[in-house]
Design a protein around this ligand. Structure first.
Ligand code: FE2
Length: 209
């Protein structure tokens, strides 16, 4: 079987793994197919193709696309707690399972797993495929409704703003392509000004009622 048919199979399996439209459970809402696929998965795949062509013409796009597709599978696959911690490891296990079933070689699977690892904040990506996936994942968050939508899925405004502030820094720092870092500077400053605005007004005590 060729790449596009295999890719469709893996995509469809992942889609079925995620909470479906009728799932209203609060902690799963962010991962529901109507949000997670258009907003994140399809977005990351689009950026892998676009940034790959522009900045990494030498990459193996099949490796990068499989990694982009499954890099967050661990948010759902074998997840036992409400914390997303360790999801990259579970995503690798999931990718290994899916790709072995389609008879991909150990070497190919290893390269996909390397790209999945590269989406972890502390990981030093070395292969061009891993760098591409790391940049595409972070960039997709920066140019989409991600941060705003997360407020809708969080339990209270204070923890949301703290999360936003931290996540903005780590997400921007994952972007290593100089032109993209530059392009995103006004967005980052704008987001920082929103956070600053909230904190400044929250801390005013003069209007006590
Ligand atoms: Fe992601």
């Amino acid at each position: 079987m060729g790449f596009s048919s295999n890719f469709r199979t893996v995509y469809s399996n992942l889609y079925k793994l995620h909470p479906q439209l009728d799932n209203e459970e609060f902690r799963f809402r962010y991962l529901r197919v109507d949000w997670f696929f258009p907003q994140h998965i399809n977005n990351v795949l689009e950026q892998i193709k676009r940034l790959g062509t522009k900045y990494f013409p030498e990459v193996d796009l099949e490796v990068a696309l499989f990694a982009g597709l499954m890099h967050d599978a661990g948010l759902v696959y074998n997840r036992e707690t409400s914390s997303p911690l360790g999801h990259e490891q579970r995503s690798e296990e999931y990718a290994r399972r899916e790709l072995s079933a389609l008879s991909y070689s150990e070497e190919f699977i290893g390269r996909v797993c390397e790209c999945i690892k590269a989406t972890e904040p502390a990981y030093q990506a070395s292969s061009p495929e891993a760098l591409l996936v790391r940049n595409a994942d972070a960039y997709a968050h920066m140019i989409s409704m991600h941060f705003f939508a997360k407020s809708n899925f969080s339990k209270d405004i204070a923890s949301f703003v703290d999360w936003f502030s931290d996540k903005l820094k780590t997400t921007h720092s994952k972007i290593t392509i100089p032109e993209l870092r530059e392009e995103l500077k006004p967005t980052v400053s704008f987001y920082e000004s929103l956070i600053e605005n909230y904190r400044r007004n929250r801390d005013i005590e003069d209007y006590c009622v």
